[in-house]
Write a protein that binds this ligand. Structure first.
Ligand code: SAM
Length: 414
C-alpha cells in the first residue's frame, strides 16, 4: 500500500479494518511496518545481491524485504532469526499465488544468514544500502548540509522518543515528573514544558493523559507557542492548525480568542478531540489559508494580533516519526509545497494588525521551504521585520536536547 502511495498510518488502518487480528498482533504488525520503512532501502539492495532474478515488486518482493529488514537489524533485533525465516516461509506457503516460491524464500533468507557479514558490507557501499533514503534525498541533503548531512540522515533513522508537553494550566513539570516517578516511569525535562520518557508507552498508560495533564508533542514543536508571544486577550489565528498540537499549547499559555483554521475537515475533528481532552476552547473553521483576505472567504475582516503559519511542507524534518515519508515524497514536492506556502504567507500577512507578529513554522529541513521561504517573504513584504527566532533546527537524538527538524522565522508588521 505504501508503495502505491498510501501513508503508513492510513495503510495500517486499512489493513486492520480487514483483519480480526488481536491487539498484540496488531502491535507487532505496526512495529514491523515501521522497522521496514527504516530499513527497506538496505533490504532491497541486499535482495538485488542475493537473488539472481529478484521478484517483481509484488507481495513476494515485499515479504522478502520485510524479512531481510528484520534479519539485517542486528543492533535491535525484534525476533530470533529462525522465527523470521519460519514465519516468512509459512506466509509464502499459505498464499496460493506465492506458494511456488517457498523454496526460493527459504534459500534466499538462509543464504543471507550464512553470508550476512559480506552481504552487509557490500550493501552499505551503495548510498541506498548505507542510508535507507532515496538517492535524490541523500544527494539533496549533502548539498544543503555539507557538514551535517550524515548526522541528519542518522537522526532520521533513529526510533523517536516519546516526548510530552506538560499542561501548565493543570500542573507543573516538577510535579508531573514526580507523578511519573510514582508510577515507575523514568523521564527527564528537556524543555520549558517538555519531558522525554525513558521508554515509549501507549498514551493510555500516561498518567493524567485523559484528563489533559499532558500531551504528546516533540520538544522542537513546543517552541512555537512561546515564540508567538501570546498575551491574555489577544486575537490569535492558528492558520494550519490540525491536529491541534500547537493550538493546545497556545491555549495552555494564555487566555486568547483563538481561531483554528484548517482546510481538511477530517483533520479538524482531531483538533476538537484534543481540545476536549484539554478542556480548552477555540473557534474551529474549515477554510483555505491561501485565500480569504480579499473578503468573501472564511475571514471576518477583523485583524489578528498573532498568526501562527505552520504551513504544509514535505515533513522532511520529522522522518524519524514518519519513516514512510522519504519513500512517499517526490523530488518535485518541495517546489510545489513552497509555492503554496508562499501564497498562504502573503494572504495571512494581510490579516495581521500593524505591530502584530506572524510566526512561520515548517517541519522541513529543505532550505527551499524554510530559510529561502523566509528570505523571499521578507523581500516581497517591505513592512515585514524579521525578529530573532531559532531558524533551522536540525533533528537531533541527543538525550538532553532531543527534537525533530523544524524551522522558525518570526516577522513583525511595521
Ligand atoms: C504541519 S500540519 C499542521 C500541524 C499543526 N499546526 C500542529 O501543531 O498540530 C499542516 C496542516 O495544514 C493543513 N493545510 C494544508 N493546506 C492548507 C490550506 N491551504 N489552508 C489551510 N490549511 C491547510 C493540513 O491539512 C495540515 O493539517
Amino acid at each position: 500500500l505504501v508503495r502505491d502511495g498510501a501513508a503508513l498510518p492510513q495503510a495500517l488502518t486499512q489493513v486492520f479494518a480487514q483483519s480480526a487480528a488481536p491487539a498484540p498482533t496488531r502491535g507487532a504488525i505496526q512495529d514491523i511496518a515501521y522497522r521496514t520503512m527504516r530499513g527497506v532501502g538496505r533490504a532491497e539492495t541486499l535482495l538485488n545481491n542475493l537473488a539472481s532474478r529478484p521478484p517483481e515488486p509484488t507481495l513476494l518482493h515485499c515479504l522478502l524485504c520485510v524479512a531481510l529488514c528484520l534479519l539485517a537489524d542486528v543492533d535491535d533485533p525484534a525476533y530470533e532469526n529462525f522465527t523470521v525465516v519460519n514465519q516468512a516461509v509459512t506466509a509464502v506457503d499459505s498464499d496460493p499465488q506465492m506458494a511456488h516460491a517457498k523454496g526460493m524464500v527459504n534459500a534466499v533468507l538462509r543464504r543471507f544468514l550464512r553470508e550476512r557479514e559480506a552481504l552487509m558490507a557490500s550493501a552499505v557501499k551503495t548510498p541506498l544500502g548505507m542510508w535507507n533514503y532515496p538517492v535524490w534525498w541523500i544527494d539533496r541533503m549533502k548539498a544543503a548540509y555539507p557538514q551535517q548531512w550524515q548526522a541528519i540522515l542518522t537522526a532520521g533513522n533513529a526510533p523517536p522518543p516519546l516526548t510530552l508537553r506538560v499542561n501548565r494550566r493543570k500542573t507543573g513539570v516538577a510535579d508531573y515528573l514526580q507523578s511519573l516517578s510514582t508510577h515507575g516511569i523514568g523521564a527527564r525535562q528537556i524543555g520549558a514544558d517538555a519531558i522525554r520518557l525513558d521508554n515509549a508507552l501507549p498514551v493510555a498508560q500516561i498518567p493524567g493523559f485523559e484528563d489533559g495533564l499532558a500531551s504528546v508533542q516533540d520538544a522542537g514543536a513546543q517552541l512555537a507557542a512561546p515564540l508567538l508571544d501570546v498575551q491574555d486577550g489577544m486575537r490569535v489565528l492558528d492558520a494550519c492548525a490540525a491536529p491541534g498540537g500547537k493550538t493546545g499549547h497556545i491555549l495552555e499559555i494564555a487566555d486568547v480568542d483563538l481561531t483554528a483554521l484548517d482546510n481538511n475537515a477530517k483533520r479538524l475533528q482531531r483538533i476538537t478531540q484534543n481540545l476536549e481532552r484539554l478542556q480548552l476552547q477555540a473557534t474551529l473553521l474549515q477554510g483555505d489559508a491561501s485565500t480569504g483576505s480579499a473578503g468573501g472567504g472564511w475571514w471576518d475582516g477583523l485583524p489578528f494580533d498573532r498568526i501562527l503559519a505552520d504551513v504544509p511542507c514535505t515533513a522532511s524534518g520529522i522522518v524519524r516519526r514518519h519513516p514512510d515519508i522519504r519513500w512517499l515524497r517526490r523530488k518535485t514536492d518541495t517546489e510545489q509545497l513552497a509555492t503554496l506556502s508562499a501564497k498562504i504567507l502573503d494572504n495571512l500577512w494581510q490579516m495581521l494588525r500593524p505591530d502584530g507578529k506572524l510566526l512561520l513554522v515548517t517541519c522541513s529541513v529543505w532550505p527551499q521551504e524554510s530559510e529561502a521561504q523566509a528570505v523571499a517573504f521578507a523581500a516581497r513584504n517591505a513592512n515585514a521585520r524579521r525578529l530573532p527566532a531559532p531558524g533551522q533546527l536540525l533533528p537531533t537524538a541527543d538525550t538532553e536536547h532531543d527534537h525533530d527538524g523544524l524551522f522558525y522565522a518570526l516577522f513583525q508588521k511595521c
